[in-house]
Design a protein around this ligand. Sequence first.
Ligand SMILES: [Zn+2]
Length: 394
Amino acid sequence: MAINQNTSYINLKKSFTLRVADHRQRLPSSKIYGDGNAVPRILKFLKSIDLKEPLQKKFCFPPVKDNISQDIDHILETQSALAVDLGGTNLRVAIVSMKGEIVKKYTQLNPKTYEDRLALILKMCVEAASEAVNVNCRILGVGISTGGRVNPREGIVLHSTKLIQEWSSVDLRTPISDALHLPVWVDNDGNCAALAERKFGHGKGVENFVTLITGTGIGGGIVHQHELIHGSSFCAAELGHIVVSLDGPECLCGSQGCIEAYASGIALQREAKKLHDDDLLLVEGMSVKEEEIVSAAHLIQAAKLGNTKAESILRTAGTALGLGVVNILHTVNPSLVILSGVLANHYVNAVKDVINRQALSSVKTVDVVVSNLADPALLGAASLVLDYTTRRIY
Ligand SMILES: [Zn+2]
């Protein structure tokens, strides 16, 4: 050990001495200053400047040849984005203005195969882009919000759960950008919802906030120091898959006990069907027609009409979601949690109750609110385009 230390000390000393010797060596000046006369030239130039006269005086704008700019159309048009939202059920495309106004919206069922889906996205985008001309909107780019994990740098969907089938390793940017000749940005739907809140909703100007969106599944986004967190492999903020129980219901991700398996639209529908099959769903004042599909809405209706079993299922779902939020508070300590999606209103009080009961006192100052945005995923997709200059990453 002692010998090794000694050898390395000698080596260090040698290399230091060599470096000192190198430094002393005079390099030919041309290697540093080109021809070696740069410094005298700069000094001569500085002496020539009359410092009493401001330098800008010599600059003037080029003369405008024509009184009416040929680009006047572009000034009258509203700067807008094409927003695409790929959800578990629907595929939507919209023209969204800079102010967040949804000028035009198209909705179709999200096809089950990759080929059909991509073809439909392209068809709807082309239709919307040509309509944009009629409604005086200038499309700056395409923003896509999709379920699944996304590499936003490359515009690729890496992997999706069974909610959207045939949706792994899909390059969305290239075919859409090629077809429309526009820049294309892609991000996960939860992240887009957070971007929408940051630009148009309760998250405006808030440094640290989290949004949870409950629809067919559950997604989320974390904004930390005004920026989205994507994580090392773009899997951050998969808030729907926060596990709150060791032996809870099975989740579409393959795990069990995730908050999505308790509180998403699909989870509530599963429970509603079970109740209906056992003749326990319907109470006085409600009915389900034979051809009607039993849904989460029936469960909520039954609970409102006094079905105690339905009430208990919704209470458990709210508690699971609340526990998920408590875990989030203990992980990133945001000052605001925004719940969005169709089920947000049903869950907000349950979430607040669980926070009061189970969160550490220091995080209880968090505000929990329901989003006031009608379409967070679409608005977030638009924000990918409209706000791209203000994002530090992607
Ligand atoms: Zn899961």
